[in-house]
Design a protein. Structure first.
Lengths: 113, 115
């Protein structure tokens, strides 16, 4: 069964350092989402792409977070500089069309020390 | 803005028994989707069941069924014949029919299945 690939699985970084996460959606899925899940809470959308275009980044802290999906396939989410409050699980998901459900990746667990 | 509330942070059930997880939501929209997702420890989130708001019939997927009460804005999940593999965090989620495709999640319910 096709999967959404994410790497790394775990990342520990020091405060003020830069960190990046990678996501490869299921082939043919035009829509890609990055969610942040703080421990004990449900995921919250950071950014949504339709192909290579950003559709919704209203909850993305743009002073330190950036996301790109240059060729409309895989995507990178970057944090610079990382802060202690950024410690969370970062989930990537993709979908074929809006009538289809999401498929989530296994996530990247970030710990900022 | 839509909100989703799961009032049970933790639930437990005996293996082979039935458990119901609660979810309420707030929206001014008439058309939308509701979902239950399962997130096992250190594993990916997977879709358990989905309900379209325009459908009166409650969705069912094998041992999983929902009780959708549109007027009450309630969407509970019933797990029958609970199995050890059902142990996980369960998230209720809302998505608009039009406009944004984002999912709005509740805070989750941790389900423990006792042998």
């Amino acid at each position: 069964e096709a999967e959404v690939a994410q790497s790394p699985r775990y990342k520990i970084t020091e405060k003020s350092q830069a960190v990046a996460f990678w996501c490869d959606p299921i082939s043919g899925h035009a829509t890609l989402y990055w969610y942040r899940q703080i421990l004990g809470q449900g995921p919250e959308l950071l950014v949504q792409f339709q192909d290579e275009s950003v559709v919704d980044d209203s909850q993305l802290p743009k002073d330190r977070f950036s996301a790109e999906r240059l060729k409309g396939v895989d995507s990178t989410l970057k944090i610079q500089p990382a802060e202690l409050g950024d410690s969370a699980m970062y989930l990537c998901a993709s979908s074929y069309t809006r009538d289809h459900g999401y498929t989530f990746g296994s996530g990247t667990r970030l710990t900022v020390v | 803005a839509q909100t989703v509330t799961q009032s049970q942070p933790e639930m437990s059930v005996q293996e082979a028994e039935t458990v119901t997880l609660s979810c309420t939501y707030d929206t001014s929209e008439s058309d939308y989707y509701l979902f239950w997702y399962k997130q096992p420890p250190s594993r990916q989130m997977i879709l358990v069941i989905r309900q379209e708001a325009y459908k009166q019939q409650n969705a069912t997927e094998n041992r999983f069924s929902v009780n959708f009460q549109k007027a009450a804005k309630s969407f509970s999940l019933k797990i029958s014949d609970s199995q050890l593999g059902d142990a996980a965090m369960y998230f209720c989620a809302y998505r608009s029919q039009g406009g944004s495709e984002k999912l709005v999640f509740g805070k989750g319910t941790k389900l423990t299945v006792n042998p």
